[in-house]
Design a protein around this ligand. Sequence first.
Ligand code: E4P
Length: 218
Amino acid sequence: MKFFIDTANLGDIAEAQALGVLDGVTTNPSLMAKEGITGAENILAHYQKICDLVDGDVSAEVISTDFEGMVEEGEKLAALHPQIVVKLPLIADGIKACKYFSDKGIRTNVTLVFSAGQALLAAKAGATYVSPFIGRLDDISTDGLNLIAEIRQIYDNYAFDTQILAASVRHTMHVIDCAKLGSDVMTGPLSSIKGLLKHPLTDIGLAKFLEDYKKGNQ
Ligand code: E4P
């Protein structure tokens, strides 16, 4: 399973990249705003900085909600850097734009997916990635992980190439469960990746090894 980090924070991206396990980055307009990145030119410059920091795919989301606007914005984003993946919302014009970009060989991430039917549409439109938001489903007492399982079954039934990018991942158990269910990618905050490191027996075991080494080498 690929690990993407879901942030526009350059420090967090650099830290995950330095760990050596990062495969890409996802952003959205809220994450950009959280970092104080506003205005089209600043946003493009920020995407460039992210691409310079990481080796993998960087999802850059369009703001337009009509087909023509999405195409114009998406083409500009895709031309910015070969690592850019155009992120499109799952609405009718988003699906049309996804098909348009797919026919042109431009990679896409269809976002704001909350049902298996929406994921089926994204795959049929040739999406590179589909982003089911598992945390936001959990937030409204609906099993987000079940959606990952449903999409996995549907995509496998028909050998769709679209990769399942489990999004709105909030914690380490989401990461582990997504891996068990066969999600192709997960995107979450730095804490969801670093949390995987933690086990008290590792810390206790290491302390003991170092203590015994010291005793033996006094
Ligand atoms: C997906 O690409 C989104 O950026 C993201 O995962 C949303 O997560 P949230 O529900 O934690 O805001």
